[in-house]
Design a protein around this ligand. Structure first.
Ligand SMILES: Nc1ncnc2c1ncn2[C@@H]1O[C@H](COP(=O)(O)OP(=O)(O)OP(=O)(O)O)[C@@H](O)[C@H]1O
Length: 279
């Protein structure tokens, strides 16, 4: 089990197993097995694991997009029974409405919540400015770069102030520079808004830079192998924090743990596969 035991966690998973029907045999294929996780309110938790270990499945379960085969998932002690406005989800792909401007896309979630027109516009401007896009509010998605589109997707999730932000490799499709810039922004947004964040990534460095805690998953069926608390002290984003001794030590420790799992999944799959997670 991972997390703080005596305070009610924001997100809590107990004995969560998820199986899918096996195409060939009519049996079941276990993607996740007996997962226990506690995430404290306001905590930023990153998850790394070999390709196919069930990270997206885990996030889908917390998002209420699928149901567990067994086990319990709770937010603030209440069982998760489906999607809800208490949880914002940001996927790898931008998933913006092409016929709406950046501002229109951000306002979408607020419309669903019944927020009035003026308040919608005000909040949309506010979060667009938070992600550095105030000057691009009137642009349509096709007029925006990949990084800008992903910023809009993040702004849209932040606009309705979800208590929990679920992010599935949100920066994977971006170039290295844009990714780093967005990491810095997300880190500071996370700290300012004290949103509880569950963030999936293939990148060890991204996991360490963003996470207050890194959860390492085993190869399939996915289980939580380790929970590593990250303390980088006060991060000065103008310096190369990734070169600091603390950062390098974390990277080495997590790389080793993850590397074993990637090797195991390679053997299970009968050949080289899924080594992305060793970056
Ligand atoms: N709807 C589904 N039906 C059947 N099998 C599924 C379904 N969704 C996921 N799986 C299987 O469950 C396993 C875990 O998938 P998942 O996408 O959660 O892994 P992941 O760790 O996010 O992978 P990656 O890192 O490559 O994105 C995979 O073997 C996948 O094929």
């Amino acid at each position: 089990m991972t997390g703080t035991p005596d305070v009610q966690p924001k997100i809590s998973l107990r004995g969560v197993t998820k199986s899918f029907p096996d195409r060939e045999g009519g049996g079941a294929f276990t993607a996740l097995h007996d997962i226990d996780i506690d995430v404290a309110s306001g905590e930023f938790v990153t998850i790394v694991g070999p390709s196919g270990c069930g990270k997206t499945t885990l996030l889908d379960l917390v998002g209420g997009l699928t149901e567990p085969t067994s086990g319990e998932l709770r937010i603030d002690g209440r069982p998760i029974t489906g999607p809800g406005l208490d949880r914002g989800i940001v996927f790898q792909q931008y998933a913006l409405f092409p016929w709406r401007t950046a501002q229109g896309n951000v306002e979408f979630g607020l419309e669903a919540k019944g927020v009035g027109r003026r308040e919608r516009a005000r909040r949309a401007r506010e979060v667009l400015s938070l992600v550095g896009l105030e000057a691009f509010a009137d642009r349509y998605p096709h007029e925006l770069s990949g990084g800008m589109k992903q910023r809009v997707a993040i702004a849209r999730s932040l606009a309705y102030e979800p208590e929990v932000l679920l992010m599935d490799e949100p920066f994977a499709a971006l170039d290295a520079q844009t990714r780093e810039q967005l990491q810095v922004e997300l880190r500071s947004i996370g700290q300012r808004l004290s949103t509880t964040v569950l963030f999936i990534t293939h990148g060890i460095e991204e996991a360490i830079f963003l996470g207050q805690r890194v959860l390492i998953m085993t190869s399939r069926p996915g289980q939580i192998k380790e929970s590593v608390a990250v303390d980088l002290g006060e991060v000065d984003t103008t310096t190369d924090v990734r070169s600091s001794p603390e950062f390098v030590a974390h990277r080495h420790r997590i790389w080793e743990s993850l590397h074993d799992e990637v090797l195991r999944s390679t053997v299970l799959a009968g050949g080289p596969t899924g080594t992305e997670a060793t970056r």
